[in-house]
Write a protein that binds this ligand. Structure first.
Ligand SMILES: [Zn+2]
Length: 145
């Protein structure tokens, strides 16, 4: 099947008017298709059942290394909005999952904050909201390399 057909099929399962996770003000793009037993979106691509977040990259012709996890800064398991996602390590993905119930920093957070802002993957304001910290603190973290 062609990539454009796969992309069109993928988009059918994405609700761009998903939940608004406070304190964010823009809705998440939520998956309405199949999920696995952990509630993670799955998509059938190239005869494989892949994580829908990984499928976004594959459909764009990018191939993140298998060791890299795709982390949602908004902490919404169903979210596939590109501006809410970033590549991280397994440790960071777990830290993000833990943070959905406790709000504090985990190993890798400072690296992640610097990376997403440096790579223009998220604004300082977005990171501040996602980590529940002030914009000033995010700026301090970035400056203190
Ligand atoms: Zn989101």
């Amino acid at each position: 099947m062609s990539k454009s057909k796969d992309k069109a099929r993928f988009r059918k399962y994405v609700n761009k008017n998903g939940s608004i996770i406070k304190p964010l003000t823009e809705p998440c793009w939520e998956w309405t298709g199949a999920t696995d037993k952990y509630g993670r979106p799955r998509f059938w691509l190239n005869q494989k059942n892949v994580l829908a977040r990984r499928a976004i990259y594959l459909l764009e012709g990018k191939h993140p290394r298998p060791a890299k996890c795709i982390v949602a800064l908004c902490l919404n398991r169903l979210c596939l909005k590109p501006s809410h996602l970033t590549l991280g390590t397994e440790e960071e993905a777990q830290a993000m999952a833990i943070r959905s119930t406790q709000s504090k920093f985990y190993p890798g957070d400072l690296w992640l904050i610097r990376k997403v802002v440096a790579d223009d993957e998220a604004t300082v304001e977005f990171v501040a909201e996602a980590f529940e910290i002030s914009v000033g603190l995010v700026e301090q973290i970035i400056a203190a390399k």
